[in-house]
Structures are given as C-alpha cells and as structure tokens.
Design a protein around this ligand. Sequence first.
Ligand SMILES: C[S@@+](CC[C@H](N)C(=O)[O-])C[C@H]1O[C@@H](n2cnc3c(N)ncnc32)[C@H](O)[C@@H]1O
Length: 289
Amino acid sequence: MGEEDLAWAALEETLQERAGLDLRLYKEKCVARRLAVRQRACAVPDLAAYVRLLREDPEELPRLLDALTINVTQFLRNPQTFRVLGESVLPDLCRSRAEGGRRTLRAWSAGCATGEEAYTLAILLQEVWRACGLRQTAVIYATDIDSRCLEVAKAARYQARQLDGLPPEVRVRCFKEEQGGWVRLAPAIRRMVFVKRHDLRLPPPFRRLDLILSRNVLIYLAPAHQQQLLQAFAEVLTPGGILVLGKVEGLSGPAREAFEPVNVSERIYRRRAGTSGAGGAAAPGGARA
Ligand SMILES: C[S@@+](CC[C@H](N)C(=O)[O-])C[C@H]1O[C@@H](n2cnc3c(N)ncnc32)[C@H](O)[C@@H]1O
C-alpha cells in the first residue's frame, strides 16, 4: 500500500469511527474534490497530514462533514418542477387518494437540508387542495443526515431574502415577519412538516407513502447505493405514488421496472401497480412511522 492509500484508509476509519460515515458509499471524485478544499483551508501539504489534523483538532470533523454533504437548497428550487407538480401531478394524486377515502397525504422530503423543499411542498399542496376543492391534509416527513441543517428546518425561520423566488402573495400568506430581517413559516404550514434525522443509506423509516421528493441527494451516493435507495423508495411508495428526483438524477437498476415516467425532463415518476414492493411492505430492519 502506498502512502496515499494508507492515508485514505486512515481517513475512512476515522470518519467511520467518529461520525458513522462510510466514505465508500460516496462517489470518490466528489469526496476527493471536497477533501482538497479542506486540505487547502487547513494549509496542510498532503492527505496524511490532513488526517492527522482531523484526529487532533475536534473542530475539523464538523467542518469536513459540512464540506462532504453540501446543503444547498432554496424555496421553489427548480420552479418548473413545482409548476408541473402543481398543475397536474398533485391534483391527480390528491383526487385519486380522496376517491380512495384518504384525507391525509403522506410525503417524504428525503435529503431535505434546511427544509425549504418540504415547506415548498406544503405550500403547494394547500394551493392544490384549494383549487380542487379538496378537504385534505398532509404529513410531510423531512429528513437529512446533517443535524445542524435539521435545526434550521425545525425552527422554520429564514432570512427574508431567501424568499426572493416566491410569488409575493405566497410570502404574505405563508410567512410572518420577525425582527432582524427574519421570517417564520405560518403554523398551518409548519404543522404539516415533521423533521427527523435519517441516513438514507439505512432502510427507510416510513412506509405507505404517496409522494417522495429526493432531489440532489442521489448524486452524492455511489451507483450501487443509488440503486439500493431507489429500490427502497419503490418499496415504500404505494401504487400510483410519485417520486421526484433532481434534474441531473435518474432511475437506475431494478427500480426502473417499478416506475413509469410522468415527466422525464422534470424527473417525475409514478410507482407502477403490481411490481415488487407494494408500499405496504415493512421496510427491512427499519423503524415504522
Ligand atoms: C444539495 S442538498 C439537497 C436539498 C434538497 N433536496 C434540494 O434539492 O434542494 C443534499 C442534502 O443531502 C444530504 N445528504 C447527503 N448524504 C446523505 C445521507 N446519506 N443521508 C441523508 N441525507 C444525506 C445532505 O446533508 C444535504 O442536506
């Protein structure tokens, strides 16, 4: 083993031990790029020196974890995706669930970062229900691996400038201004969203879902784990349930059989009926919700 390989192995071990993070599950190129950024920031000459510093300086671990799991997100990210969802996909989904006697829609923002995606969905659902004359509600699980992001998601407080992409009418209706340029989501929206820590490399903690948004998360995972996650999504979605991936992501592996495309360019797929994983099956080894 060369010096670089030894340093890499030491890094894997350190991250596994101290953060429970299995580096092998992430794309090597992604990891290497972000490591290089941390190495430069710490002004260390090579990976071996960086791993030594990581072991000695307790403040470096959270910084590295931050760098490895990029948390970029925003309200109404990729507006065209939400337009398609709001115009046809969600009205169809909500109506079909209402016809089946369901009042509560179950959704999951998997890899929610600071929560904007889950709250955008909650806002959109309210609009859809109003437009369709439906009396429904929703339980939206918002999960991420990054606990600090989840604190923000739970507080549901953002800087007013983060609302720039939202229509003024939505800003007025769904947010309450607070001091210091902060805004907070209205209780009716907040009440729909349940924030929880979950590592997407583990079996899903939810089942019987109608909708999963998992955008810009798969890209961080190695291909085998992307396929595993997609298969898990297929298993916990009920037939007719909707999966939305990020604009640069797509289906791969056996899960391709389980979904039919709804809108390929917006990466919206529908769970087929009658293929393996009926949405009601237990998630192996996972807690239930
Ligand atoms: C770019 S953000 C995507 C946020 C949001 N879905 C969006 O598209 O705007 C990616 C998120 O995936 C999370 N993530 C990365 N690996 C994860 C894992 N193994 N389990 C859960 N979340 C993970 C990161 O912490 C980060 O918050």
